[in-house]
Design a binder for this molecule. Sequence first.
Ligand SMILES: Nc1ncnc2c1ncn2[C@@H]1O[C@H](COP(=O)(O)OP(=O)(O)OP(=O)(O)O)[C@@H](O)[C@H]1O
Length: 244
Amino acid sequence: MTALALRVSGARKAFGGLVAVNDVSFDVRDGELFALIGPNGSGKTTMLNLISGALKPDAGDIDLGGAKISGLAAHEIARLGVARTFQLVRVLPSMDAEHNVIAGAVFGRRRVWGAEAHALARELLALVGLRGREHVPVAAMTYIDQKRVELARALASDPRVLLLDEWLAGLNPSELNIGISLIETLNRQGRTIIMVEHVMDAIRSLCGRCVVMSSGRKIKEGGVSDVLSDPEVVQAYLGDDEDA
Ligand SMILES: Nc1ncnc2c1ncn2[C@@H]1O[C@H](COP(=O)(O)OP(=O)(O)OP(=O)(O)O)[C@@H](O)[C@H]1O
């Protein structure tokens, strides 16, 4: 059996009276492509923020490769091997694509500099479909290309766990197919990925296991096809539609 990459045990985070993440636990093993799903506002992004250290849990523990990371600062967690993309892309707009990726290489787990960092950046930009666009300022790129840059930057740190927060959102159907096969390629290369996603076809085709959150709680965990046909899960999503 492969090693444990990430363990979340009893994580809790409240914003005032609102418990956004309520006693959530799950394990992700090395090499897994794992989904965190649930209706809008169920706590998925907050859970990613707890893992990456953008927020500190009020209770519970998060371990990376068996070592406790909860409570550490975000930059320390990044160094230890957690990288992420954001729901609303965060790139350095005045810099070109290559320098954005180099920034990831410098601050992550794999610290490379100089010519090695440039070569790594070019390799990763090619992997995400941006060969030949290394020197385009990111501000001049389309949204999908900015997402690609952000993903390449996250990969540049060689993370043990990669967090993708709705990376496929906003893509048109052909971009979506490209995005899905890119994530599949990353996982086939051995990358451990936790994806928060609303595109269910992508979850079905990509992920082995998932956790479903609703109102801050984990309501289901298991194989994707079993979980998505579970009546409680269907009801959680239908309830969300009625609220919308
Ligand atoms: N910084 C914050 N301050 C106060 N409330 C917050 C904060 N961040 C999130 N929340 C609230 O916590 C709850 C969970 O939000 P979160 O963004 O984690 O959900 P989500 O499942 O990622 O939603 P979506 O699918 O819409 O992105 C929501 O009610 C949200 O309004």
